[in-house]
Design a protein around this ligand. Structure first.
Ligand SMILES: N[C@@H](CCC(=O)N[C@@H](CS)C(=O)NCC(=O)O)C(=O)O
Length: 217
């Protein structure tokens, strides 16, 4: 019997995008179910009653929530391009950086624009600098090495959403000048076909942020 794979998502969500990239890497066909996060479906509330958030992956009727948990599940269940390293120590390091992104880095970036404070930008730059240094030390194209891995996928917000958010907010700090390795990584990552076709259209995201920041045409 063929696997039944459904993804409860929302077009502009970087967390949902992470899962789409992982599904692309494994070549999995799935049904994409678009949620209205302001009017959540009964299915979403049933499958993710704790957080009530997208993404939720439904595999043969079994729901899995939380993007990083879903990615690990996908990597465990399906062959195809590996997402986590095989070596236990390397795997723990990848999980460490994914957790850093969710706990420290992305929260610092997601307040940029809602508060134009210099301190907010300085804090965001401090977090990006940590990633810049890590790429410099690794000396590889991606955080995963020569190929995309868990950390790259977890950092999709930085690679794609951050620049659009900066444009709408009228700030610019994620520059080639300040972050040469990380900006090059972002270009390589979003230009990879496995990633590119999982991304929402730039104009839609820009319109979303413009609305959020109260910009008028
Ligand atoms: N930690 C979660 C975060 C997911 C998340 O924040 N999803 C947002 C969309 S970007 C959502 O569903 N928001 C609805 C809500 O907060 O009620 C993950 O990694 O999956």
């Amino acid at each position: 019997m063929a696997d039944e794979v459904k993804l409860y998502g929302a077009m502009g969500s970087p967390f949902v995008c992470r899962v789409k990239i992982a599904l692309n890497m494994k070549g999995i066909k799935y049904e994409n179910l678009e949620e209205d996060i302001f009017n959540k479906s009964a299915d979403l509330l049933k499958y993710n009653p704790i957080h009530k958030k997208v993404p939720v992956l439904l595999h043969n009727g079994n729901p899995i929530s939380e993007s990083l948990v879903i990615i690990e599940y996908i990597d465990d269940v399906w062959k195809g391009i590996p997402i986590l390293p095989q070596d236990s120590y390397e795997r723990s390091i990848a999980r460490f950086w994914a957790k850093f992104l969710d706990d420290k880095c992305i929260p610092a970036l997601r307040v940029v624009g809602t508060n134009g404070d210099e301190k907010v930008v300085a804090e965001a730059c401090e977090q990006l600098q940590i990633l810049e240094n890590e790429l410099k030390v690794k000396g590889t194209k991606f955080f995963g090495g020569d190929n995309i891995g868990l950390v790259d996928i977890a950092a999709v917000f930085i690679a794609y959403w951050l620049g659009i958010r900066e444009e709408a907010a009228g700030v610019k700090f994620f520059t080639e000048d300040k972050f040469p390795k990380l900006t090059k990584w972002a270009d390589d990552f979003v230009n990879s076909q496995l990633v590119n076709n999982a991304l929402p259209p730039r104009e839609s995201m820009l319109a979303f942020y413009n609305k959020m920041f109260g910009n008028v045409n």
